[in-house]
Design a binder for this molecule. Structure first.
Ligand code: ZN
Length: 284
């Protein structure tokens, strides 16, 4: 397990799972939290990709780890928009894609960190589709983005996603906080009707549904963590997480967590999905 005190344990665990059994994701999207967190985590992921000790990456001892840490590794290449422009330049993306077909200099893999995808227009994102679909085996991509859902669906379907979550509660709308809290109270009620009523505002409101699902994922995760003596990450919902942790069995909490993350994925892959609130109520 990676040790790095700048990131919370659950995020590191998720990142670690992408590298289990010597595997390496060919394209990873890191989104949420603040720009510095995303930058730090993308560099850590890049180190894990170039490290030569696949069984304990990043080992921190090999030449690749050392160069990556000093930010002088020739096979870790960051690209972003030019300082004087609002968005990425199409030409820069084309150059990067051409470069991605050339073999790495020193490591087994050449890693491109594409910083802040919310600054890349859709037509430029489209230029990435082919290489993300079928990258050379020695090429990997790490994309970062804020919470603005700026990454297009066809890119999303080609990456594994690591959500860092909202940086703090002010990023959730008031309405989302209210619906989430009401829904959690309804989970503890014996009447299914209460859950149906609490989830009703989600119908036909995709943005609100995405926010509430994200908040529920955070609360279920925290409730599970509390059971095993772990820390609460989503402070805003701390009292609700405690309530669930105290009243619901671990297996049930895990099921709820899986249901909420599964629904969140369905929502991203199928924007016309309309049965979410019904499924949410039926399964939780
Ligand atoms: Zn190493």
């Amino acid at each position: 397990m990676i040790k790095d005190s700048s990131f919370n344990e659950n995020i590191l665990k998720t990142l670690d799972s992408f590298f289990a059994d010597g595997r390496r994701p060919h394209a990873l999207l890191i989104d949420g939290a603040g720009v510095e967190d995303r930058e730090g985590l993308s560099l850590l992921a890049a180190r894990m990709m170039v490290c030569e000790n696949k069984d304990r990456t990043p080992c921190g001892e090999c030449e690749h780890c050392r160069k990556a840490k000093e930010k002088v590794h020739p096979d870790i290449i960051s690209i972003t928009k030019p300082d004087d422009k609002k968005n990425f330049l199409k030409d820069d993306i084309k150059k990067m894609v051409a470069d991605a077909y050339l073999t790495p200099n020193e490591a087994d893999v050449k890693v491109f960190i594409i910083k802040e995808m919310q600054l890349m227009k859709e037509e430029s994102q489209n230029l990435l589709l082919k290489i993300l679909e079928e990258p050379p085996r020695y090429t990997a991509f790490i994309l970062t983005s804020d919470n603005s859902n700026a990454v297009i669906g066809t890119v999303l379907s080609r990456v594994v996603r690591l959500r860092m979550g909202k940086a703090n509660v002010t990023e959730y709308s008031e309405k989302a906080v209210a619906v989430t809290e009401k829904f959690i109270d309804a989970i503890l009620s014996p009447y299914e009707y209460n859950r149906i009523e609490a989830a009703a505002p989600l119908d036909g409101n995709k943005a609100l549904t995405a926010e509430v699902l994200e908040a529920l994922v955070a609360v279920f995760r925290d409730a599970i963590a509390l059971k095993s003596g772990g820390k609460i990450l989503a402070e805003a919902f701390a009292s609700k997480s405690r309530l669930l942790s105290d009243n619901i069995k671990p297996e049930k909490l895990l099921n709820m967590y899986d249901t909420a993350t599964g629904l969140l994925r369905s929502l991203e892959n199928n924007p016309n999905y309309n049965l979410l609130s019904a499924v949410l109520c039926a399964k939780i």
